[in-house]
Design a protein around this ligand. Structure first.
Ligand SMILES: [Mg+2]
Length: 441
Protein backbone atom coordinates (compact mmCIF):
# COMPACT_ATOMS: atom_id res chain seq x y z
CA UNK A 1 0.00 0.00 0.00
CA UNK A 2 1.33 3.42 -0.97
CA UNK A 3 1.45 5.78 2.00
CA UNK A 4 -1.04 8.63 1.83
CA UNK A 5 0.92 11.81 2.52
CA UNK A 6 -2.17 13.90 3.20
CA UNK A 7 -3.25 11.52 5.98
CA UNK A 8 0.30 11.37 7.35
CA UNK A 9 0.37 15.19 7.46
CA UNK A 10 -2.73 15.17 9.66
CA UNK A 11 -1.41 12.42 11.94
CA UNK A 12 2.06 13.93 12.34
CA UNK A 13 0.95 17.57 12.27
CA UNK A 14 3.12 18.34 9.24
CA UNK A 15 2.22 21.77 7.83
CA UNK A 16 4.71 21.90 4.95
CA UNK A 17 6.50 19.39 2.76
CA UNK A 18 9.78 19.95 0.96
CA UNK A 19 9.57 18.06 -2.33
CA UNK A 20 13.22 17.79 -3.22
CA UNK A 21 15.63 16.39 -5.76
CA UNK A 22 19.36 16.38 -6.30
CA UNK A 23 20.77 17.37 -9.71
CA UNK A 24 23.88 16.00 -11.44
CA UNK A 25 26.16 18.32 -9.44
CA UNK A 26 24.59 17.14 -6.19
CA UNK A 27 22.72 20.40 -5.53
CA UNK A 28 19.67 19.84 -3.34
CA UNK A 29 16.65 21.67 -4.74
CA UNK A 30 13.08 21.81 -3.45
CA UNK A 31 9.64 23.26 -3.47
CA UNK A 32 7.97 24.02 -0.17
CA UNK A 33 4.42 22.74 -0.44
CA UNK A 34 1.64 23.33 2.12
CA UNK A 35 0.11 20.07 3.31
CA UNK A 36 -3.30 21.04 1.88
CA UNK A 37 -1.75 20.66 -1.60
CA UNK A 38 0.25 17.47 -0.98
CA UNK A 39 -2.42 15.08 -2.21
CA UNK A 40 -2.28 16.55 -5.73
CA UNK A 41 1.52 16.76 -5.63
CA UNK A 42 1.85 13.15 -4.54
CA UNK A 43 -0.03 12.14 -7.67
CA UNK A 44 1.31 14.55 -10.28
CA UNK A 45 4.51 15.89 -8.74
CA UNK A 46 5.92 19.35 -8.10
CA UNK A 47 6.86 21.29 -11.24
CA UNK A 48 10.38 22.57 -11.95
CA UNK A 49 12.16 24.21 -14.91
CA UNK A 50 14.93 21.72 -15.67
CA UNK A 51 17.22 24.25 -17.36
CA UNK A 52 17.56 26.14 -14.07
CA UNK A 53 19.38 23.17 -12.57
CA UNK A 54 22.45 21.08 -13.47
CA UNK A 55 20.60 18.57 -15.62
CA UNK A 56 21.63 19.55 -19.18
CA UNK A 57 18.19 20.70 -20.26
CA UNK A 58 17.03 23.52 -22.51
CA UNK A 59 14.92 26.56 -21.59
CA UNK A 60 12.51 25.36 -24.27
CA UNK A 61 11.89 22.06 -22.46
CA UNK A 62 8.50 21.50 -20.82
CA UNK A 63 7.91 21.17 -17.11
CA UNK A 64 9.88 18.62 -15.14
CA UNK A 65 7.98 17.02 -12.28
CA UNK A 66 9.35 15.73 -9.01
CA UNK A 67 7.12 12.90 -7.84
CA UNK A 68 7.79 12.39 -4.14
CA UNK A 69 8.67 8.98 -2.77
CA UNK A 70 6.54 8.70 0.41
CA UNK A 71 8.94 6.07 1.78
CA UNK A 72 11.65 8.75 1.96
CA UNK A 73 9.66 11.03 4.31
CA UNK A 74 11.72 12.63 7.07
CA UNK A 75 10.03 14.89 9.61
CA UNK A 76 12.53 17.57 10.68
CA UNK A 77 13.38 16.72 14.31
CA UNK A 78 14.19 20.39 14.95
CA UNK A 79 10.99 21.69 13.32
CA UNK A 80 8.32 19.02 13.24
CA UNK A 81 5.93 20.99 11.08
CA UNK A 82 8.16 20.27 8.06
CA UNK A 83 8.41 16.95 6.22
CA UNK A 84 11.20 16.30 3.71
CA UNK A 85 10.65 14.08 0.68
CA UNK A 86 13.04 12.82 -1.98
CA UNK A 87 11.45 12.80 -5.41
CA UNK A 88 12.01 11.12 -8.77
CA UNK A 89 12.07 13.39 -11.79
CA UNK A 90 9.70 12.92 -14.70
CA UNK A 91 9.32 14.77 -17.97
CA UNK A 92 6.62 14.19 -20.59
CA UNK A 93 5.45 11.28 -18.42
CA UNK A 94 8.82 9.48 -18.47
CA UNK A 95 11.60 9.28 -15.86
CA UNK A 96 14.46 11.72 -16.51
CA UNK A 97 17.33 9.34 -17.27
CA UNK A 98 20.02 11.81 -16.22
CA UNK A 99 18.57 12.47 -12.78
CA UNK A 100 20.74 10.91 -10.07
CA UNK A 101 18.02 9.20 -8.01
CA UNK A 102 16.59 7.64 -11.16
CA UNK A 103 20.13 6.58 -12.16
CA UNK A 104 20.54 4.83 -8.81
CA UNK A 105 17.14 3.17 -9.02
CA UNK A 106 18.02 1.83 -12.48
CA UNK A 107 21.19 0.22 -11.09
CA UNK A 108 19.29 -1.20 -8.10
CA UNK A 109 16.81 -2.72 -10.55
CA UNK A 110 19.60 -4.35 -12.58
CA UNK A 111 21.11 -5.80 -9.43
CA UNK A 112 17.72 -7.05 -8.24
CA UNK A 113 17.34 -8.97 -11.50
CA UNK A 114 20.11 -11.18 -10.09
CA UNK A 115 18.16 -11.39 -6.84
CA UNK A 116 20.75 -9.18 -5.14
CA UNK A 117 20.50 -5.97 -3.07
CA UNK A 118 23.32 -3.67 -2.06
CA UNK A 119 23.53 -2.40 1.50
CA UNK A 120 25.87 0.40 2.39
CA UNK A 121 26.85 2.94 4.96
CA UNK A 122 28.62 6.27 4.41
CA UNK A 123 31.05 8.17 6.62
CA UNK A 124 30.54 11.85 5.89
CA UNK A 125 33.32 14.06 7.18
CA UNK A 126 32.80 17.81 7.51
CA UNK A 127 34.50 20.94 8.82
CA UNK A 128 33.05 23.68 10.99
CA UNK A 129 34.47 26.86 9.54
CA UNK A 130 34.23 30.64 9.72
CA UNK A 131 31.46 32.32 7.73
CA UNK A 132 33.88 33.43 4.97
CA UNK A 133 35.31 29.91 4.68
CA UNK A 134 38.88 31.14 5.15
CA UNK A 135 39.60 29.46 8.49
CA UNK A 136 38.26 26.85 10.87
CA UNK A 137 35.72 28.08 13.42
CA UNK A 138 37.51 26.95 16.59
CA UNK A 139 40.63 29.06 17.15
CA UNK A 140 41.70 26.78 20.01
CA UNK A 141 41.77 23.71 17.76
CA UNK A 142 45.44 23.86 16.78
CA UNK A 143 47.00 20.45 17.56
CA UNK A 144 49.19 18.91 14.85
CA UNK A 145 47.48 15.56 15.41
CA UNK A 146 43.96 16.63 16.44
CA UNK A 147 42.19 13.32 15.71
CA UNK A 148 39.79 12.29 18.52
CA UNK A 149 40.68 15.45 20.51
CA UNK A 150 38.16 15.32 23.35
CA UNK A 151 38.26 19.02 24.23
CA UNK A 152 37.77 20.17 20.64
CA UNK A 153 34.90 17.68 20.29
CA UNK A 154 33.21 18.79 23.51
CA UNK A 155 33.47 22.50 22.65
CA UNK A 156 30.95 21.57 19.91
CA UNK A 157 28.83 19.32 22.14
CA UNK A 158 25.58 21.30 21.77
CA UNK A 159 25.62 21.12 17.98
CA UNK A 160 26.83 17.53 17.73
CA UNK A 161 24.32 16.38 20.33
CA UNK A 162 21.47 18.02 18.42
CA UNK A 163 22.51 16.32 15.16
CA UNK A 164 22.96 12.96 16.90
CA UNK A 165 19.66 13.29 18.81
CA UNK A 166 17.97 14.02 15.48
CA UNK A 167 19.37 10.83 13.99
CA UNK A 168 18.20 8.85 17.02
CA UNK A 169 14.71 10.30 16.64
CA UNK A 170 14.71 9.44 12.94
CA UNK A 171 15.64 5.82 13.69
CA UNK A 172 18.98 5.90 11.84
CA UNK A 173 20.74 4.26 14.77
CA UNK A 174 23.77 6.55 15.13
CA UNK A 175 26.56 5.01 17.21
CA UNK A 176 29.57 7.36 17.39
CA UNK A 177 30.73 10.95 16.86
CA UNK A 178 34.30 12.19 16.82
CA UNK A 179 36.79 14.88 15.96
CA UNK A 180 38.62 13.78 12.84
CA UNK A 181 42.19 14.11 11.58
CA UNK A 182 42.07 17.78 10.53
CA UNK A 183 41.60 20.77 12.81
CA UNK A 184 37.93 21.71 12.76
CA UNK A 185 36.87 18.37 11.26
CA UNK A 186 34.18 15.98 12.55
CA UNK A 187 32.53 12.71 11.62
CA UNK A 188 29.29 11.10 12.78
CA UNK A 189 28.32 7.52 12.04
CA UNK A 190 24.98 5.83 11.73
CA UNK A 191 23.96 2.30 10.70
CA UNK A 192 24.28 0.94 7.19
CA UNK A 193 21.11 -0.06 5.39
CA UNK A 194 19.62 -0.51 1.92
CA UNK A 195 21.62 1.69 -0.49
CA UNK A 196 18.70 3.87 -1.69
CA UNK A 197 17.81 4.68 1.88
CA UNK A 198 21.45 5.41 2.66
CA UNK A 199 21.60 7.77 -0.32
CA UNK A 200 18.44 9.62 0.80
CA UNK A 201 19.80 9.85 4.35
CA UNK A 202 23.16 11.03 3.04
CA UNK A 203 21.42 13.90 1.21
CA UNK A 204 19.43 14.79 4.31
CA UNK A 205 22.45 14.45 6.64
CA UNK A 206 24.38 17.07 4.69
CA UNK A 207 21.41 19.43 4.77
CA UNK A 208 20.83 18.78 8.47
CA UNK A 209 24.46 19.40 9.45
CA UNK A 210 24.60 22.63 7.44
CA UNK A 211 21.25 23.85 8.81
CA UNK A 212 21.97 23.07 12.45
CA UNK A 213 25.51 24.46 12.20
CA UNK A 214 23.95 27.75 11.02
CA UNK A 215 21.64 27.72 14.02
CA UNK A 216 24.70 27.62 16.28
CA UNK A 217 26.50 30.36 14.32
CA UNK A 218 28.87 28.10 12.39
CA UNK A 219 29.23 27.18 8.76
CA UNK A 220 29.60 23.48 7.94
CA UNK A 221 31.34 22.33 4.79
CA UNK A 222 31.73 18.94 3.14
CA UNK A 223 34.17 20.45 0.59
CA UNK A 224 36.77 17.79 -0.29
CA UNK A 225 39.74 19.92 0.72
CA UNK A 226 38.89 23.30 2.23
CA UNK A 227 42.49 23.80 3.44
CA UNK A 228 45.42 22.61 1.35
CA UNK A 229 47.61 21.63 4.32
CA UNK A 230 44.95 19.71 6.31
CA UNK A 231 43.34 16.30 5.77
CA UNK A 232 40.35 16.52 3.42
CA UNK A 233 36.71 15.49 3.79
CA UNK A 234 36.31 11.90 2.73
CA UNK A 235 33.07 10.04 2.32
CA UNK A 236 34.03 6.39 2.67
CA UNK A 237 31.42 3.77 1.92
CA UNK A 238 31.07 0.30 3.45
CA UNK A 239 29.53 -2.09 0.99
CA UNK A 240 27.96 -5.54 1.07
CA UNK A 241 25.57 -7.33 -1.28
CA UNK A 242 22.71 -9.41 0.02
CA UNK A 243 20.10 -11.85 -1.14
CA UNK A 244 17.28 -11.37 1.33
CA UNK A 245 18.78 -11.93 4.75
CA UNK A 246 21.94 -13.63 3.46
CA UNK A 247 25.13 -11.60 3.06
CA UNK A 248 26.44 -12.80 -0.30
CA UNK A 249 29.81 -11.11 0.29
CA UNK A 250 30.54 -13.31 3.29
CA UNK A 251 32.77 -16.37 3.12
CA UNK A 252 34.21 -17.27 6.49
CA UNK A 253 36.69 -19.68 4.89
CA UNK A 254 38.40 -16.94 2.86
CA UNK A 255 41.43 -15.30 4.59
CA UNK A 256 39.76 -11.87 4.33
CA UNK A 257 36.23 -13.20 4.76
CA UNK A 258 35.00 -12.36 1.27
CA UNK A 259 33.10 -14.56 -1.18
CA UNK A 260 33.85 -15.12 -4.85
CA UNK A 261 30.99 -12.78 -5.69
CA UNK A 262 32.57 -10.09 -3.51
CA UNK A 263 35.93 -10.48 -5.27
CA UNK A 264 34.26 -10.24 -8.69
CA UNK A 265 32.39 -7.12 -7.53
CA UNK A 266 35.65 -5.69 -6.20
CA UNK A 267 37.38 -6.57 -9.47
CA UNK A 268 34.74 -4.55 -11.30
CA UNK A 269 35.37 -1.61 -9.01
CA UNK A 270 39.13 -1.80 -9.45
CA UNK A 271 38.72 -1.91 -13.25
CA UNK A 272 36.31 1.03 -13.39
CA UNK A 273 37.64 3.27 -10.63
CA UNK A 274 39.54 5.67 -12.86
CA UNK A 275 36.41 6.58 -14.81
CA UNK A 276 34.23 6.51 -11.71
CA UNK A 277 36.42 9.12 -10.06
CA UNK A 278 34.40 11.59 -12.14
CA UNK A 279 31.42 10.65 -9.92
CA UNK A 280 33.27 9.91 -6.69
CA UNK A 281 35.55 12.97 -6.81
CA UNK A 282 33.48 15.32 -8.91
CA UNK A 283 35.03 18.75 -8.34
CA UNK A 284 38.23 20.60 -9.22
CA UNK A 285 38.92 20.73 -5.49
CA UNK A 286 38.50 16.93 -5.09
CA UNK A 287 41.93 16.33 -6.61
CA UNK A 288 43.68 18.15 -3.83
CA UNK A 289 42.52 15.28 -1.60
CA UNK A 290 43.52 12.28 -3.73
CA UNK A 291 47.03 11.92 -5.12
CA UNK A 292 47.81 14.44 -2.41
CA UNK A 293 51.01 15.38 -0.65
CA UNK A 294 51.08 14.45 3.10
CA UNK A 295 49.16 16.84 5.35
CA UNK A 296 50.07 18.57 8.61
CA UNK A 297 48.94 15.49 10.60
CA UNK A 298 51.38 13.26 8.69
CA UNK A 299 48.99 11.41 6.34
CA UNK A 300 46.37 12.43 3.80
CA UNK A 301 44.23 9.35 4.65
CA UNK A 302 43.21 9.28 1.00
CA UNK A 303 44.37 7.02 -1.82
CA UNK A 304 46.61 7.67 -4.84
CA UNK A 305 46.86 4.20 -6.35
CA UNK A 306 44.18 1.66 -7.13
CA UNK A 307 44.76 -1.17 -4.68
CA UNK A 308 43.03 -3.20 -2.00
CA UNK A 309 44.09 -4.69 1.30
CA UNK A 310 42.94 -6.12 4.64
CA UNK A 311 42.56 -3.86 7.67
CA UNK A 312 44.94 -1.12 6.47
CA UNK A 313 43.91 2.48 5.78
CA UNK A 314 46.60 3.33 3.23
CA UNK A 315 44.83 1.62 0.30
CA UNK A 316 41.83 2.57 -1.79
CA UNK A 317 39.84 -0.43 -0.63
CA UNK A 318 40.09 -1.76 2.91
CA UNK A 319 38.54 -5.00 4.10
CA UNK A 320 38.14 -4.24 7.80
CA UNK A 321 35.94 -7.19 8.57
CA UNK A 322 34.42 -10.31 7.04
CA UNK A 323 31.62 -9.86 4.53
CA UNK A 324 32.13 -6.23 3.50
CA UNK A 325 34.66 -3.78 2.15
CA UNK A 326 35.27 -0.09 2.57
CA UNK A 327 35.83 2.09 -0.47
CA UNK A 328 37.86 5.09 0.67
CA UNK A 329 37.97 7.04 -2.57
CA UNK A 330 34.87 9.23 -2.41
CA UNK A 331 34.86 12.74 -0.96
CA UNK A 332 32.32 15.11 0.56
CA UNK A 333 31.35 16.51 -2.85
CA UNK A 334 30.28 13.13 -4.24
CA UNK A 335 26.65 13.09 -5.28
CA UNK A 336 25.00 10.67 -2.79
CA UNK A 337 23.03 8.89 -5.54
CA UNK A 338 25.87 8.68 -8.08
CA UNK A 339 28.14 7.40 -5.33
CA UNK A 340 25.90 4.35 -4.79
CA UNK A 341 24.96 4.03 -8.47
CA UNK A 342 28.63 4.05 -9.53
CA UNK A 343 29.51 1.29 -7.07
CA UNK A 344 26.67 -0.94 -8.31
CA UNK A 345 27.46 -0.29 -11.99
CA UNK A 346 31.11 -1.25 -11.47
CA UNK A 347 30.18 -4.24 -9.31
CA UNK A 348 27.72 -5.52 -11.90
CA UNK A 349 30.43 -5.23 -14.56
CA UNK A 350 32.74 -7.25 -12.33
CA UNK A 351 30.09 -9.92 -11.75
CA UNK A 352 29.37 -10.15 -15.48
CA UNK A 353 33.03 -10.42 -16.48
CA UNK A 354 34.03 -12.47 -13.42
CA UNK A 355 36.71 -9.83 -12.83
CA UNK A 356 39.64 -10.69 -10.64
CA UNK A 357 40.90 -7.88 -8.39
CA UNK A 358 44.34 -9.52 -8.11
CA UNK A 359 46.02 -10.22 -4.79
CA UNK A 360 45.58 -7.90 -1.83
CA UNK A 361 48.61 -5.80 -0.92
CA UNK A 362 49.57 -5.57 2.73
CA UNK A 363 52.19 -2.81 2.54
CA UNK A 364 52.03 0.79 3.80
CA UNK A 365 50.98 2.29 0.48
CA UNK A 366 51.92 5.83 1.59
CA UNK A 367 55.58 4.86 1.88
CA UNK A 368 55.91 1.77 -0.35
CA UNK A 369 54.13 2.97 -3.49
CA UNK A 370 57.40 3.06 -5.46
CA UNK A 371 57.67 -0.73 -5.09
CA UNK A 372 54.48 -1.09 -7.14
CA UNK A 373 55.10 0.94 -10.30
CA UNK A 374 52.56 -1.07 -12.30
CA UNK A 375 49.59 -0.22 -10.13
CA UNK A 376 47.07 1.97 -11.89
CA UNK A 377 46.93 5.51 -10.50
CA UNK A 378 43.86 7.58 -9.76
CA UNK A 379 43.31 10.59 -12.04
CA UNK A 380 45.55 13.54 -11.26
CA UNK A 381 42.86 16.15 -11.75
CA UNK A 382 39.19 16.54 -12.65
CA UNK A 383 39.98 16.99 -16.34
CA UNK A 384 41.66 13.57 -16.51
CA UNK A 385 38.79 11.98 -14.59
CA UNK A 386 36.17 13.43 -16.93
CA UNK A 387 38.11 12.19 -19.98
CA UNK A 388 38.26 8.71 -18.46
CA UNK A 389 34.52 8.76 -17.85
CA UNK A 390 33.89 9.98 -21.40
CA UNK A 391 35.91 7.04 -22.77
CA UNK A 392 34.40 4.38 -20.52
CA UNK A 393 32.35 1.94 -22.59
CA UNK A 394 31.26 0.17 -19.40
CA UNK A 395 29.79 3.27 -17.80
CA UNK A 396 28.22 4.40 -21.07
CA UNK A 397 26.50 1.05 -21.22
CA UNK A 398 25.50 1.14 -17.56
CA UNK A 399 24.00 4.64 -17.54
CA UNK A 400 23.32 5.33 -21.21
CA UNK A 401 25.49 7.30 -23.64
CA UNK A 402 23.34 10.42 -23.40
CA UNK A 403 23.52 10.55 -19.62
CA UNK A 404 27.32 10.34 -19.64
CA UNK A 405 27.45 12.91 -22.43
CA UNK A 406 25.35 15.33 -20.37
CA UNK A 407 27.52 14.87 -17.31
CA UNK A 408 30.74 15.35 -19.31
CA UNK A 409 29.35 18.45 -21.03
CA UNK A 410 28.31 20.13 -17.77
CA UNK A 411 31.56 19.27 -16.01
CA UNK A 412 33.66 20.49 -18.95
CA UNK A 413 31.91 23.85 -18.87
CA UNK A 414 32.68 24.08 -15.16
CA UNK A 415 36.35 23.20 -15.74
CA UNK A 416 36.54 25.84 -18.48
CA UNK A 417 35.22 28.45 -16.09
CA UNK A 418 37.82 27.48 -13.48
CA UNK A 419 40.68 27.61 -15.99
CA UNK A 420 39.65 31.06 -17.15
CA UNK A 421 40.23 32.37 -13.65
CA UNK A 422 42.70 30.08 -11.87
CA UNK A 423 45.46 27.52 -12.20
CA UNK A 424 45.27 24.16 -10.39
CA UNK A 425 48.18 23.61 -8.01
CA UNK A 426 47.79 21.08 -5.17
CA UNK A 427 50.64 22.58 -3.21
CA UNK A 428 49.25 26.10 -3.22
CA UNK A 429 46.35 27.32 -1.05
CA UNK A 430 42.79 26.68 -2.14
CA UNK A 431 41.60 29.25 -4.69
CA UNK A 432 38.71 31.62 -4.33
CA UNK A 433 36.95 29.90 -7.25
CA UNK A 434 37.08 26.58 -5.40
CA UNK A 435 35.65 28.17 -2.27
CA UNK A 436 32.82 29.91 -4.13
CA UNK A 437 31.92 26.78 -6.07
CA UNK A 438 32.56 24.03 -3.53
CA UNK A 439 32.11 25.26 0.05
CA UNK A 440 28.40 24.45 -0.02
CA UNK A 441 28.70 21.20 -1.97
MG1 LIG B 1 36.90 9.41 8.82
Amino acid sequence: MIKNLSQIAKQKKIKYFLISFVDLFGVLRSKLVPSQAISEMQKNGAGFAGFSTWLDMSPADGDMFGIPDPESLIQFPWNREIGWLASDLYMYGKPVKASPRVMLKDQIKKLSEKNLQMKSGVECEYFLISQDGLSIADKKDTQTKPCYDQSALMRRYDLIKEICDSMIELGWNPYQNDHEDANGQFEMNWDYTDCLQTADRHVFFKFMVKSLAEKYGFRATFMPKPFHNLTGNGCHAHVSVWSGKENKFLDKKDPLGLSKLAYNFLGGLINNTQALSAFFNPTVNSYRRINAPPTQSGASWSPSSISYTGNNRTHMVRIPDQGRFELRLMDGAANPYLLQAGIIAAGLDGIKKKSNPGDPLHCNMYTDYKKYPNLKKLPYDIEQAIKMLENSKTLQEAFGKDVIKSYVKLKNSEIKDFKKKEKFNKKKPVTNWERINTLDC
